[in-house]
Design a protein around this ligand. Sequence first.
Ligand code: TXA
Ligand code: MG
Length: 317
Amino acid sequence: MAIIGKDIKRALELLKNDELIGFPTETVYGLAGNALSEKAVLKIFKTKNRPSFDPLIVHTYSIKELSTFCEKIHPELLKLFETFSPGPLTVLFPKKQLIPDLVTSGLERVAVRIPKHELALELLQSLSFPLAAPSANPFGYVSPTTPQHVENQLGNKLTYILDGGNCKIGLESTIIGEEHGELIIYRLGGLKIEAIEEIVGKVKVNDFSSSNPKAPGMLKSHYAPKIKVSFLPKNYDLGKINSNKIGFIGFDKYNSNIPIKNQILLSQKGNLEEAASNLFAALRATEELNVDLIYTEVFPDEGLGKAINDRLKRAVA
Ligand code: TXA
Ligand code: MG
C-alpha cells in the first residue's frame, strides 16, 4: 500500500533517491521518476510492466528549460508549445545527449510537456532534473484519473502518491511532432485539434492502426477494462437478449433497452469536456457492474469527441 498525501518534501526526497512516485497532472496521473537517471527510468518500465520500445514523456516546469534537453527546435512546434504550455500538449523535439536513450527508446526525439497543475509545477520547480512520467497504470490498462486509481493498480509497488485531486481533463495529452516540415499529431488527447489548427493551420493526424513505429505506445488495443466493450451496432434489437447482463457507457442519453442501473452517462448536459473527464473512471466503474458486456456509442466527431472515440476504439479492440 502506498501513502496518498500532499507532502511535496517527501515526494522530493523519494525522487532524489531514484524512487518513483504517483504524480498528479491535469490530464492523468503519472508514474514519475528522475528523467536523467537510468536507474529511475528502468524502474518506471519495470513497475508498469511496459515494453522498453515504448518511450516516455519528459515533464518540466518552464519553456526556458526546453533548450537544456532539446535542439533544432522547429519554429511552429515552438509556437504551439508556447501557446499551450502549461497544458495538455506534448511536443516531440530532437533530443540532446543529456536525455538517456532509455527515455526515448533509442529514438532521436524526446517528448516534452509542461503539466497545468499547481502541485506538479511546484514539485518540478523544486527539482534539479525533469521527470519522466508515463500514465500510472499497468501497461495496456486504463489511465488513472484519481490518486485512488493509482493506489488500486500500483499501490503495492509504490510508497508515495502525491495527491493532486481528480484530474480536470481526464484524457492524456495530445502529442504532436514534425516530419519533413509537416506537423503530425501522433496521439489525439486533451488539447483539441481545432485549437492547434487555429495557430498553425491544418495538421495531419496519423492513423493509429496497430503499432506505429513513430509513436510506439499507440498500440491499437489499449485502455482495456476487464469486461469486454463493444460499439452498439445501429438498429440492433436488444429486446432479443437478456439486457440485465449488458452495461452501457453513453454520452448524454440513456439507452431505453438496458436497465438504468447498468448505464453510465459521461455528460447529461452533452458537454464533451465533461464527458472526457469522466471517461476513464467510467471504464473502470464498469468492473463493478454485474454485466458480461458493455456497449458504448460513437461520440460526436469534433473537439474532445475525437479523442474520446479514439480511446473507446482502443478499449473495444
Ligand atoms: O497526459 C499525458 O501525456 C500523461 C501525463 C502523465 O503527462 N502521460 C502519458 O504518458 O500519457 P504515456 O507514457 O502513457 O504515453 C506517452 C505516449 C506513448 O504512447 C509513447 O509512445 C509516446 O507518448 N512517446 C513518448 N516519447 C515519444 C517519442 N520520442 N517519439 C514518439 N512517441 C513518443
Ligand atoms: Mg499511457
